[in-house]
Design a protein around this ligand. Structure first.
Ligand code: AP5
Ligand code: ZN
Length: 215
């Protein structure tokens, strides 16, 4: 299966993508995680992306599209993939269409996670991520690790993202409304969109997502 996950910052895309990718046996491709990995390794791409990310702005398409394409062309993605955080504007959605067409493949669905702005602010404020693996996501109240500060899955150290400040979150929400929301209509017009409420327990949202994707 080839799936795109959309939703505002803090909707639970990374959390659900990790679980859905396991269930569907396809790789979880997160452009946010790819940028963060480049930043922690101080690559030229990471250095370029960091200022945009810390400010909550989208990283320019010239950098993002090539990076996402390279990842989609890895052998493990031949059987399908779950895209988390890409595409994020109409230019990227059209570039993705071209990449898929060049390879004779198509999307099976676009899953939109719906959640209120108050809830995303609560989720982001308490989020903790694993230093070893960006897919290992926790929350100090809602999704606690067994030992505070330690990843349940690999024992890695948990940390708070540098773009989870109040100011950067405000900009990320603005970027989402002005640049990302238009892709929801784009995919609805293609008959690919399924929208689910992302409230409730993590496991309940996963069940809802699987049901929606099965159609
Ligand atoms: P990215 O890393 O993609 O961040 P984002 O879209 O802002 O989304 P988040 O990671 O904040 O949230 P999420 O929806 O994954 O929620 P999570 O599962 O963590 O992008 C970061 C930056 O990179 C961008 O601002 C941009 O600069 C750049 N970038 C990335 N892709 C780009 C692109 N394509 N183009 C240009 N720039 C790009 O959950 C949040 C919290 O809630 C967690 O603590 C979790 O434990 C908790 N939680 C999850 N589900 C539930 C639930 N059901 N109930 C209670 N709590 C829950
Ligand atoms: Zn971990």
């Amino acid at each position: 299966m080839r799936i795109v996950l959309v939703g505002p910052p803090g909707a639970g895309k990374g959390t659900q993508a990790h679980l859905l990718a396991k269930t569907l046996s396809i790789p979880h491709i997160s452009t946010g995680d790819l940028f963060r990995a480049n930043i922690s390794q101080s690559t030229p791409l990471g250095l370029e992306a960091k200022a945009y990310m810390d400010a909550g702005k989208l990283v320019p398409d010239e950098i993002t599209i090539g990076m996402a394409k390279d990842r989609m062309m890895q052998p493990d993605a031949a059987k399908g993939f779950l895209l988390d955080g890409f595409p994020r504007n109409l230019g990227q959605a059209k570039a993705l269409d071209e990449i898929l067409a060049e390879n004779g493949i198509a999307l099976d669905g676009v899953l939109d996670l719906e959640v209120s702005e108050d809830e995303v602010v609560r989720r982001i404020a308490g989020r903790r991520l694993c230093r070893n693996n960006g897919s290992h996501v926790f929350h100090v109240d809602y999704n606690q690790p067994a030992t505070p500060g330690v990843c349940d899955e690999c024992g890695g150290e948990l940390y708070q993202r540098t773009d989870d400040t109040e100011e950067a979150v405000r900009v990320r929400l603005e970027e989402y409304h002005t640049k990302t929301e238009p892709i929801i209509g784009y995919y609805a017009d293609q008959g690919l969109l399924v929208t689910i409420p992302a409230l409730g327990k993590v496991s309940e949202v996963t069940e809802r997502a699987i049901e929606a994707l099965r159609g």
